[in-house]
Design a binder for this molecule. Structure first.
Ligand code: ADP
Length: 235
């Protein structure tokens, strides 16, 4: 796995414009292996757009995103390199979770046994045969995470994975992510639940109005940091 010094994910001047509005504005930041990096910002700050650019789901207007030093479009969506969960998860509501994941393994050229393994890992084994349309938000989150884990990638990019999880689900997700980074993996996640994220993240990135306002280690008082950065920028 990559050494601690080498970022697994690197944004350099990343910019996305929709018409005349600049949604992500010359954003530069890095994500290192062995750490959970939290991506924070008010609604509309540009988090999801930036995550899509990093995951190769959207093309930047300017700037670059690198995964393991390679332009994201080349690293592409190889399920063994990067696992992405950004809503909507793409599962047909009339399909079962198992059928959805089996289709993804075929597309990615992964062994079928991975479906059972990830279903167990996210605790959906008992619901795996049920229609996804009948799932709760928390179950859909687990399914999205299962899809991201299929290729057992060293890098996970997750957009608000905590949303809809109950307290036990939050603790379970925290342990899952901490376990992966303790084995050298990297996680970039966005969240609005700062109290939970405070317990989970090692590094912090704050984005506001498309601009990166802060990057650094989690000081352990995330809410204070968040409001200092966001409200400080408005003063
Ligand atoms: P966040 O995830 O931080 O809430 P988003 O990245 O979803 O923010 O959105 C940032 C801004 O970009 C919002 O103002 C949103 O309306 C706008 N936006 C997002 N996607 C598009 C799109 N496809 N076309 C036009 N505007 C968009």
């Amino acid at each position: 796995m990559t050494s601690d010094a080498t970022p697994v994910l690197e944004a350099d001047g990343l910019t996305k414009r929709y018409g005349r509005s600049t949604v992500v504005n010359a954003a530069s930041f890095t994500v290192r292996p062995g750490a959970v990096t939290g991506f924070f910002g008010p609604n509309g700050a540009g988090k999801t757009t930036a995550l899509k650019l990093l995951a190769g789901l959207s093309r930047p207007t300017a700037g670059t995103a690198l995964v393991n030093g390679m332009p994201v479009r080349r690293a592409g969506l190889d399920a063994r390199t990067i696992g992405v969960y950004i809503e909507p998860c793409g599962a047909h509501p009339g399909r079962s979770a198992r059928a959805h994941l089996l289709a993804l393994t075929r597309i990615a050229g992964l062994p079928r046994r991975r479906v059972t393994e990830v279903l167990n890992e996210v605790g959906l084994e008992d619901a795996a045969g049920r229609r996804v349309g009948g799932y709760s938000l928390g179950m859909r989150q687990r399914l999205g995470l299962a899809a991201a884990l299929l290729g057992d990638p060293p890098l996970l990019v997750l957009d608000e994975p905590v949303n809809g999880l109950d307290p036990a689900g939050m603790r379970w997700l925290r342990n899952l992510l901490r376990d992966r980074v303790s084995r050298g993996g990297a996680v970039l996640l966005s969240s609005h639940v700062l109290s939970e994220a405070d317990k989970t993240v090692d590094d912090v990135i704050v984005i506001d109005h498309g601009r990166i306002r802060f990057q650094g280690p989690n000081p352990g008082a995330l809410e204070e940091l968040f409001f200092d950065v966001v409200e400080g920028a408005e003063r």
